[in-house]
Design a protein around this ligand. Structure first.
Ligand SMILES: Nc1ncnc2c1ncn2[C@@H]1O[C@H](COP(=O)(O)OP(=O)(O)OP(=O)(O)O)[C@@H](O)[C@H]1O
Ligand SMILES: [Mg+2]
Length: 501
């Protein structure tokens, strides 16, 4: 890709950017939130058309008029937000939209398709049941379906947009092996990430984008974490995060959870008889491998899921449960893991998304014109304070970059002065600079008395922020540790279902 420029109203997403990748290599594309990584990939996959610049594929200039053209040329992309059809099976999703099957019925040779999918999954270490329905799968499994889709189409170039943002460390390791196997067969893998150690672990070369421009292409082995961070943000950054000092906390209990049991999507028991309490201003980390009840716990606390048994009290007031409005009124804020699916309404504007929880409040609903102006002002306030990069409050949120979506949800949830903040993976998908910012917002909220339940798979993050750590395994709390005195190995062992020796 040579001299690629792409402008959106009010934004230059790519500014004379250049990028080259070879056969048989894993090439990482690194850059801060909004640097233009996804846009560049969308151009390569024919989703967007560049304003300027050329694309050459295997030595020949190409012009893509649609995603179909790029697919025909062997280019596939696994998007930051998956594009699977949930009620369909894995095998159906794999063949759905296959350009070579145009006009043919979908479920013709389901047996043959399932067999092929099975072969591909064992060859590339992509464990997933071809007959399972997509809605039943974990995020990690859904990603494997997306990769299988690309393999089934015999992609020569695979672009993965922040694939590890949704994975556990173990799943990420398995993914790297898959990507390496693909590269060893001569395919080209383009790996988008802001996680510096991953880039070093999986990539052969790294191209760094900053503000839409290509800053450098470097050899991954000889680059260091600090040299990559410096290229990415254009200044020196301390990649090692310091541990916090223990703080003195008030005795007021803001959140009390007693014997809570919550059912999962498949009628199983996802949270089993869990009891804990959060004090005013306390940050409690919930460590655990994804799928051990964290999501169900967060949803129960925020009223999105019924309480099967037990009780939840917020600021001394007992919740009936299963009613998001009740939880919001009681002072529970929730930043869900799945930002674009659960946290935001993608096609609505930034303003609508910001006021979506509070539009019933008096200050926003008195007099139609006044209300619109207030709503807009609220949105502009959050855009400024949280440095959300967007052309304006009227932009539909689906046009925001991944990191900026995250800042927007955080800003909205903090804006209501909650008593309790339940936050899942707050810095997933964020670059180093934005992580520093989000961490400082969480600390500030805690300093102002907000009790924070921090669910994170990033143990460094939990150790940097939490006063106390609860470890969950199969829906139960299997350990409670003080943050300062605990090693990563110790937490990791409990997370994997081990016991403390
Ligand atoms: N369809 C669109 N309409 C308007 N603006 C857009 C659109 N797509 C991207 N942008 C803007 O272009 C810039 C680059 O966005 P892009 O999604 O490429 O960044 P990114 O490097 O992938 O960031 P992140 O790491 O946060 O995912 C951002 O400012 C974004 O808001
Ligand atoms: Mg992106």
């Amino acid at each position: 890709m040579v001299g690629i420029s792409k402008r959106f109203p009010g934004v230059v997403a790519n500014d004379d950017a250049s990028f080259e990748a070879a056969e048989g290599e894993v090439h990482a594309l690194l850059g801060e939130n909004g640097a233009g990584k996804t846009t560049l990939s969308n151009i390569l996959t024919g989703l967007y058309r560049q304003d300027e610049g050329e694309i050459e594929l295997y030595g020949e200039q190409v012009r893509f008029h649609s995603p179909r053209d790029a697919l025909d040329a062997g280019i596939c992309m696994v998007h930051q937000h998956f594009r699977l059809v949930e009620p369909f099976s894995v095998a159906e999703n794999v063949v759905l939209g296959d350009h070579r099957r145009e006009g043919r019925r979908l479920v013709v040779h389901s047996g043959a398709i399932e067999k092929r999918v099975g072969e591909l999954s064992s060859r590339y270490g992509l464990a997933v049941n071809p007959r399972a329905r997509v809605w039943q799968l974990s995020v990690g499994e859904q990603q494997r379906v997306e990769i299988l889709k690309a393999l089934y189409r015999e992609a020569r170039i695979l672009i993965m947009d922040e694939p590890t943002a949704v994975l556990t460390p173990q799943e990420a390791k398995a993914l790297f092996e898959t990507l390496r196997a693909m590269a060893d067969e001569g395919k080209t893998v383009i790996f988008i990430s802001h996680k510096l150690h991953e880039v070093k672990a999986v990539a052969d070369r790294v191209t760094v984008l900053r503000a839409g421009r290509t800053v450098a292409t470097v050899d991954a082995r000889s680059a260091t974490l600090s040299s990559l961070a410096a290229l990415m943000v254009g200044r020196e950054i301390d990649v090692a995060r310091p541990l916090e000092q223990p703080r003195t906390l008030s005795d007021v209990l803001t959140l009390e959870v007693d014997g809570l049991t919550v059912a999962g999507d498949r009628g199983n028991i996802a949270v089993k008889d869990v009891s804990f309490a959060l004090r005013e201003g306390e940050i409690v980390g919930v460590a655990g491998v994804a799928g051990n009840g964290q999501r169900e716990l967060a949803e129960a606390l925020s009223g999105m899921r019924d309480l099967r048994a037990g009780s939840v009290r917020v600021g001394g007031k007992q919740l009936r449960g299963g009613d998001p409005r009740e939880a919001i009124m009681a002072g529970v804020a929730h930043v869900p893991e799945d930002r674009l699916g659960t946290g935001l309404a993608p096609s609505l504007s930034v303003t609508s998304n910001v006021v979506i929880k509070t539009y019933r409040s008096r200050s926003l609903s008195r007099g139609p014109l006044l209300a619109l102006r207030r709503m807009r002002e609220t949105a502009v306030g959050i855009i400024r304070r949280y440095d959300v990069k967007t052309p304006g409050p009227g932009t539909p949120v689906r046009n925001l970059s991944g990191g900026n979506l995250q800042k927007l949800v955080l800003g909205r949830e903090f804006a209501d002065d909650p008593l309790v903040l339940v936050v899942a993976q707050p810095t997933r998908g964020l670059d180093v600079g934005a992580i520093e910012t989000v961490h400082s917002y969480l600390r500030e909220a805690a300093a102002n008395g907000v009790a924070i339940l921090l669910m994170s798979e990033d143990l460094d993050e939990i150790r940097a922020l939490a006063d106390r750590i609860l470890v969950v395994y199969e829906g139960e709390i299997v350990g409670e540790l003080s943050a300062g005195s605990t090693s990563i190995e110790e937490i990791g062992l409990l997370m994997a279902g081990g016991t403390r020796g």
